[in-house]
Design a protein around this ligand. Structure first.
Ligand SMILES: *Cc1c(COP(=O)(O)O)cnc(C)c1O
Length: 482
């Protein structure tokens, strides 16, 4: 299987190369040239690690079967407490795919517990001996998941940049207390887009690469612009579908809709890949918060980032430039020239409009909706009161959008974070008084709902804080060169 750049389809690399490089030259993103076919009936009874092995083998054809077997078995067993891909009924027709049973309590663990293994192996396969310095821009959850995945790996260093005041106290402490000799964490004075733009600028700056090269260091990315982040996320769409059939929620072969709380468009794009492989996916519903640039785009074909940026109670979705949309545009338009032109317009003017044919093809698979904080809070309360189901602020946006859409098809909502990552907001939504500290709020949330707080979050206030630096976006380059 070869990978091409979304902005230059003449450029072809193998999976290992795509994963080591992260970003293609000229800021393009690597995408698979074709989609392997799923063996639905052969896969339906597999365990999560076994299924992951099959899905990965179709895309990562240059990796050895033994390696893929060992890596998936080591990743999706104990670290997820036997709950990888857990899919539960909320009420008739509505299901939750709980993706937060991993070590950092957000869905990003699915990719970031595996990707470090893919990267280390890729370097071996390519006979690369340099140090890999991974730069991560995070709106909160990616940072911790990446730190947890890469800490203390040989030949790898990781630097994380998160928006100051853009994360919850829990999220900040998860990062600031990270152990490991190869990790560095910075708060950036600005929002997520400032951090992401700053990191992208470093990647695009040849002089930074040249300077690091002299020291035997090469940059790479753990953001969902890296192919190694996307491929593991395809697995749970299959796993969830098989569970829904098993539970009698869907007939074998009939479609299931998926509603996905969306920020950078990585999680939902994995659903599109599952569909291209042959999974009976009905609609992929893109749920946004008040930063609804994707809702407008998916309805009209105009992507207009020239709008107010809102800080919401679902911070991992507070994004105006959704990087992975570029991959979808490439797949549906089939033209790296068109994609390069749209992305250039976006960079220069903040807006672009796709042609009618491209929009029509996108709308064959995708629907969209948005919900603001108040609507999300109402939804948290309703799901708990009516269904005894407790969800976090991101998942609540998706529940609300799914409800607004109304559908006869079974709907699976991807539940992307534990409610205990955002305990003050969840308590407030339930109509309870929220204590000032996240830790008191966690205890109060357990008292109010009987749901246990994950151990890894409860102990955070007892761990030493290692990182307190905050920097301006302009200083991200210097930090990357330290
Ligand atoms: C990252 C994240 C999202 C958004 O996922 P994308 O792949 O960026 O669209 C949604 N919810 C939570 C909790 C997240 O951490």
């Amino acid at each position: 299987m070869q990978y091409v750049s979304t902005r230059d389809s003449s450029l072809r690399v193998c999976a290992a190369e795509a994963i080591v490089r992260g970003l293609a030259p000229k800021s393009g993103l690597f995408v698979p040239q074709t989609f392997p076919k799923a063996d639905l009936s052969g896969w339906k009874d597999l365990s999560y690690p076994e299924l992951a092995e099959k899905v990965l083998a179709g895309f990562l054809t240059d990796y050895s079967p033994d390696f893929l077997h060992d890596a998936t078995a080591a990743t999706y067993g104990a670290a997820f407490g036997g709950k990888a891909g857990q899919t539960v009924k909320v009420h008739d027709g509505l299901y939750a795919v709980e993706l937060w049973h991993g070590p950092t309590c957000a869905f990003k663990d699915y990719a970031l517990q595996l990707m470090p293994k893919l990267l280390v192996e890729a370097k071996k396969m390519l006979h690369r001996t340099e140090t890999t310095r991974i730069l991560v821009a995070t709106s909160g959850d990616t940072g911790k998941a990446a730190l947890a995945g890469y800490a203390d790996l040989d030949g790898i260093e990781i630097e994380v940049f998160y928006p100051n005041d853009g994360t919850s106290e829990i999220q900040r402490l998860q990062m600031a207390t990270q152990t490991g000799k190869n990790v560095q964490v910075y708060a950036v004075n600005g929002n997520f887009d400032d951090a992401q733009t700053g990191v992208k600028r470093v990647f695009a700056d040849a002089s930074v690469a040249e300077e690091l090269e002299k020291r035997g260091i090469r940059l790479s990315s753990a953001n969902s612009i890296n192919w190694g982040r996307l491929v593991p996320q395809i697995v749970y769409y299959f796993y969830a579908y098989f569970r829904l059939v098993e539970q009698g929620a869907a007939a074998w072969g009939s479609p299931v809709d998926f509603c996905v709380p969306t920020g950078n468009f990585g999680d939902i794009l994995a659903g599109y890949y599952a569909k291209q492989m042959g999974l009976p996916v009905g609609r992929l519903v893109c749920a946004s918060n008040k930063n609804n640039v994707l809702t407008d785009f998916l309805r009209t074909g105009t992507y207009d980032a020239r709008r107010t940026f809102y800080k919401t109670t679902s911070p991992s979705m507070d994004i105006l430039i959704s990087s992975n949309l570029e991959r979808l545009l490439y797949h549906v338009s089939g033209s790296s020239e068109k994609v390069a032109a749209w992305m250039q317009q976006l960079a220069e003017t903040g807006v672009y409009t796709v042609d009618a044919d491209t929009l029509a093809k996108i709308q064959e698979s995708f629907a969209a909706g948005c919900a603001d904080d108040a609507a999300g809070f109402t939804e948290i309360k309703a799901r708990f009161a009516e269904d005894n189901y407790l969800c976090d602020t991101h998942t609540a946006v998706a529940f609300r959008v799914a409800k607004d859409l109304g559908t006869e098809t079974p709907m699976a909502v991807l539940s992307t974070a534990s409610p205990f990552k955002f305990p003050r907001d969840v308590l407030t939504a339930l109509g309870e008084e929220a204590p000032a500290s996240d830790f008191a709020a966690m205890a109060a949330l357990t008292a109010a709902t009987d749901a246990p707080a994950p151990e890894s979050l409860r102990v955070l206030d007892t761990l030493p804080v290692r990182f307190t630096d905050s920097i301006d976006p302009a200083d991200i380059s210097a930090a990357a060169l330290r």
